[in-house]
Structure formats: structure tokens, C-alpha cells
Design a binder for this molecule. Structure first.
Ligand SMILES: NC(=O)c1ccc[n+]([C@@H]2O[C@H](COP(=O)([O-])OP(=O)(O)OC[C@H]3O[C@@H](n4cnc5c(N)ncnc54)[C@H](O)[C@@H]3O)[C@@H](O)[C@H]2O)c1
Length: 526
């Protein structure tokens, strides 16, 4: 929750409305909520029942608002006179909108005689409250001579940690209210990580989890975190999915404990999706949650895995069976790190990027098709563009469904078939990205079988995925896929697909007759 405090005339309501729109959150005005509850205007309430009764009802309403869903809240000017309201604010992002006394008087005009200003010395009240606002707030913005819209922009920047000197860096915000965070994408930005991460008060140490094989790229990150004043520890873990285990997580917990890590410290992942899932999980649980920063080094990590807060460990019984949803404080994507990424890992990431194109943004598909050669050559400009577009699509999907209740399921496009293809192959001989590409092809065939899309959509899949060097045909046995679905608990109530009605128009939970799925798999053969 973001709470705006300040004297009357500071612009809490107007700034609050702009801010709520920019952050994709509802706006709540505590005074309006009190009037709705009391069914009487505040000045009349004051006149009839006095200040003590008003503060009682105000405390109840404000506590309920703060316990409610994420929102931007404009708090009545005198609400901080109540200590229990102040303590209820300890989890909120409190922003003090500062305004000079004369300016407040001018802005409010004749209405300056609202309830509390019936006091004999309004200037003294103003000064007394200014001290409280400043003490309670974590951020202060001066509003004198600034438009409400600009004030709202400044707050967004402060909350999401934007820096002034970020020319050439694409900045996407994952809008989750007070827990919003930036995804910064660019070329040669690793050495600036320390300055790009938003304020992290009381942090003393940073723990970087990485693989030995990519540790030669880690020094700029280490130096920049040191320049931020942090003591840096590098924790290497073995390569591969096997590191997403309770055993490896346990080793990291021990290292953290021995180094006296505390919850204000930074857990930094430096690697692909394996590392961000593992370090994200450990960071989300150690000391009940440290601050996590992801610095993904694979395309899959930058475009997908590091954004959205899902963490995971595998058990022998299955992948990602242990996990949390825990948002990082920042994601920093230096596309130059992708220069040495093995070609098959790049291609695997491109399948997920294509997925964003199919479910949300046809311009991503245009870029993939027309710039395939530049992408293969790791051109930093085109990679920055693709990662930023992917991050922005993922950010908005995550914001609409942080805990994976429904809207986020569109991210599974191609994955229902894809998982079954991987499973049927015993996770050998077919890479994840290849399975997803075939999965999207199969989903396109199925959508056409069901009369949802025409030939052109199937051909578009073939053209885009083919230009990236991803497979578009496969000789699969339907029975093997069916068996894989049957064995998976996820599909106990029947297999459901994400299918397109058009590019950018995915529909989730689509049931399909078995015969249509059989035909879609047959059509995948040519
Ligand atoms: N949390 C999520 O939302 C989410 C989403 C998708 C996938 N995932 C998870 O991500 C994992 C797969 O991630 P991945 O594909 O990034 O694989 P990965 O993390 O295993 O990395 C692939 C390989 O590339 C190497 N590598 C990494 N960066 C490199 C670089 N810059 N240069 C050269 N080599 C480099 C790694 O050492 C590794 O061997 C899976 O465990 C999957 O479950 C999570």
C-alpha cells in the first residue's frame, strides 16, 4: 500500500489519483471512506460529536484500508495524530507531500477553515504536523510549484528506483503497488548494477549465487556492489537443474548463517533460470525473506524466469514442487552477457520470446522474423529491444495475477503440449525451447481444427519459429503425449489448452475433443 500524507492543500487526492493510474492500483481517499461510513460530512461530524469520536472512526477505517488490497491511499491530514494509525503504517510505503504554509493556504482558498483548522494558530499546527509527517514517511516529495502529475511521476521513480542517468537503459516497472520494482535492460550495464538497484536501507552485505562456469563475468557486478558500500560474498553452485535441490539450498542457508546475513541484506542471483529459481527461493525464506536482486544471464532468464517472483526447487517426485512467489527488488538484464551463451540456450529463450509475440504483441513476431540474423549475431540493440518488450508483457501479466489464479495461465501457451513432449521423450534429446516451439505449433493446429483461427495463423507460427531455427514439425505419437498427461497430476481433471483466437488474443482453459487433439498432433508431422 502506498500512503500519501501531508497538510491540507498538499495535493494528496489529486496526486493520489494520478499515482494510482500510473501504478495500476485503485485509489482510496480515507476522508471519503469515513464520510461513507459515518453517512455524514466530516465538518458536520466534528461539530456534532467532537474530535475524539472522529479520531475513533478514522482509526477504524484507516486500519481496514491498510489491511485491504494494494492501493494508493490519501490519508486525512490529522490521522497521524493517532499512534495506532502510525504503527499500522509500518508496512506501508508512506510518502510525505511537502507544501509551504503559504502555498497550502493559497491552494485551499477559503476552505482553509476545515475542522482542525478551527484552531487558534493554524501555522503552529502546520509546523507540528510537518515534524510527524517527516518522521513517519519513508519518502518526501516537495510539491511547491510542481504539477500533481509531475509529483506522481517523481513518486513512481522513487518507489521503483529509477535513476536520473539511465540513458540507453530500458526501464520497465512491474506494477505491484508498494512492492513495484524495475526491470532494467541494456548493454554494458552490469558494472552499474550497484547504482541501478533501488534504495535498500540497512543492507550491509550482498550474496551472489552463481555457477563457477560463468564466474569470469562476475567481477564488474562485485565491484559495483562494493561501490554501493556492500560487503560481497560469492556462493558458487554446480551447473544444471540438479542445483534446484533442498541440498544445495541447505548449503546456501548455512553460508548465509555463517556470514551473519540478515533480512535487509541482498541475495543476488547471477545465472539462468536455475540460479534465479534457487537463489530466489533461498532469499525468500532465509530470515523470513531477504531482499532479492536478479541479474539473469540467459535469454530465458532475462525475458522470463527472473520476472514475476516465482521461485522453485525440484524434488525427486517432480519439478518445482517446492517454491514461493516472492518479488525481487530489481531485475538487471545486461544483454552483453548473452554474447557467450551457447546457441541452443539462445534459441531456447527465443521460443519464450516468440510466445509473448503470439499471446500479446505481434510486433515482437515482426522483429523475430525480420532480424533473425542480427539476433543470432547477438546484436545488443535488437536483444535489448526484445528483452524489454518481453519484460514489459510479462510485467503486465504478472501485475494482473501475481499469485497465478488465472490470468497468468496465458504464459503457458505451447506448454501443455510442450511438457508432454518433454516427458514423452524422457527429458532427453529435446530441449525445453524446442518442446515449447512444437507445443505452440501443435496449439496453432488445434486452434485451427476447432475453427478458432485460419491457415494464416498456423503459417505465421511456422514462419516465425522456423526463422529462429526452432523445429516446426515432429513425428509424435499421440498415445505417448496422452500418457504423459495422464501421469501428470496437473491434468487430473482433463487436459486444457491455451489457444489463440487471434495473435494477441489467447484464451485459457480451453477443452478440446480428443479427436481434434489427435488430428492436431497428426498435422504436426508435416
Ligand atoms: N521462475 C520462473 O518463472 C521460471 C520461468 C521459466 C523457467 N524457469 C526455470 O528456469 C530454468 C531454466 O533456465 P535456463 O534455461 O536459463 O537454464 P540454466 O539456468 O540451466 O542455464 C543454462 C546454461 O547456460 C549457462 N549460462 C548461463 N548464463 C550464461 C552466459 N551468460 N554465458 C554462457 N553460459 C551461460 C548456465 O551455466 C547453464 O549451463 C528451469 O529450471 C525452469 O524451471 C523458471
Amino acid at each position: 500500500v502506498i500512503v500519501l500524507v501531508g497538510f491540507m492543500g498538499a495535493g494528496k487526492t489529486t496526486v493520489g489519483r494520478h499515482l494510482a493510474r500510473k501504478m495500476g492500483l485503485p485509489f482510496v481517499d480515507s476522508d471519503a471512506s469515513i464520510e461513507a461510513r459515518a453517512m455524514i460530512r466530516i465538518p458536520e461530524y466534528f461539530a456534532a460529536y467532537g474530535e475524539a469520536a472522529f479520531r475513533d472512526i478514522e482509526r477504524q477505517v484507516v486500519t481496514e484500508i491498510l489491511d485491504g488490497p494494494e492501493a494508493v491511499v490519501a490519508l486525512g491530514g490529522g490521522a497521524l495524530g493517532d499512534p495506532s494509525t502510525i504503527s499500522a503504517l509500518s508496512w506501508a510505503n508512506v510518502v510525505y507531500l511537502e507544501v509551504d504554509y503559504g502555498e497550502a493556504r493559497r491552494r485551499v482558498g477559503p476552505g482553509f477553515d476545515r475542522p482542525m483548522l478551527g484552531v487558534s494558530d493554524p501555522k503552529a499546527l502546520y509546523e507540528e504536523r510537518a515534524v510527524v509527517y517527516r518522521n513517519v514517511a519513508n519518502l518526501t516529495v516537495n510539491t511547491n510549484g510542481v504539477t500533481p502529475e509531475t509529483v506522481a511521476d517523481q513518486i513512481v521513480d522513487m518507489i521503483t528506483g529509477a535513476q536520473e542517468d539511465t540513458e540507453g537503459i530500458e526501464r520497465i516497472v512491474v506494477p505491484l503497488g508498494g512492492r513495484s520494482y524495475p526491470v532494467l535492460v541494456g548493454s554494458d550495464i552490469l558494472g552499474r548494477a550497484g547504482e541501478l538497484i533501488p534504495e535498500t536501507p540497512h543492507a550491509e552485505k550482498a550474496f551472489i549465487v552463481t555457477h563457477p562456469s560463468i564466474s569470469q563475468s562476475v567481477p564488474p557486478l562485485v565491484s559495483s556492489l562494493k561501490e554501493r558500500g556492500l560487503a560481497v560474498n560469492v556462493i558458487p553452485v554446480p551447473e544444471g537443474e540438479g542445483s534446484k535441490s533442498l541440498t544445495v539450498a541447505g548449503r546456501i542457508y548455512d553460508e548465509l548463517a555463517v556470514s551473519n546475513a540478515h533480512r535487509h541484506d541482498l541475495m543476488v542471483s547471477f545465472g539462468g533460470g536455475v540460479i534465479s529459481d534457487l537463489a530466489g527461493f533461498v532469499g525468500s525464506t532465509y530470515a523470513r525473506g531477504m531482499r532479492v536482486v536478479h541479474v539473469p544471464t540467459t535469454l530465458l532468464g532475462q525475458a522470463d524466469a527472473a520476472i514475476g517472483g516465482k521461485t522453485g526447487l525440484d524434488l525427486t517426485h517432480g519439478k518445482n514442487l517446492v517454491g514461493t512467489i516472492y518479488q525481487p527488488v530489481a531485475v538487471i538484464c545486461d544483454v552483453d552477457l548473452l554474447a557467450e551463451l551457447p546457441a541452443e540456450e539462445l534459441t531456447s529463450g527465443l521460443a519464450e520470446v516468440a510466445k509473448y509475440g503470439f499471446i500479446a504483441d505481434p510486433s515482437v513476431l515482426d522483429i523475430l522474423e525480420s532480424r533473425a540474423t542480427d539476433i543470432g549475431a547477438r546484436d545488443p540493440q535488437v536483444l535489448t529491444d526484445l528483452v524489454a518488450r518481453s519484460a514489459s508483457i510479462k510485467a503486465s501479466i504478472v501485475a494482473s495475477d501475481e499469485t497465478d489464479q488465472g490470468a497468468r495461465h496465458v504464459l503457458n501457451y505451447g506448454h501443455t503440449f510442450g511438457h508432454a513432449i518433454e516427458k514423452a521423450a524422457g527429458f532427453e534429446g529435446v530441449r525445453h525451447g524446442e518442446a515449447v516451439a512444437l507445443g505452440m505449433m501443435a496449439a496453432a493446429h488445434l486452434a485451427q481444427e476447432l475453427g478458432r483461427v485460419g491457415d494464416e495463423i498456423v503459417e505465421l507460427h511456422r514462419a516465425v519459429l522456423g526463422s529462429l531455427g526452432l523445429p516446426v514439425t515432429a513425428n509424435l505419437e499421440f498415445s505417448a503425449l496422452e500418457e504423459a498427461w495422464m501421469r501428470d497430476k496437473k491434468y487430473k481433471d482433463g487436459v486444457r489448452f491455451v489457444l489463440l483466437a487471434d495473435v494477441g488474443k489467447p484464451e485459457t482453459d480451453v477443452e478440446a475433443p480428443r479427436s481434434a487433439v489427435v488430428r492436431a498432433v497428426e498435422r504436426l508431422r508435416s
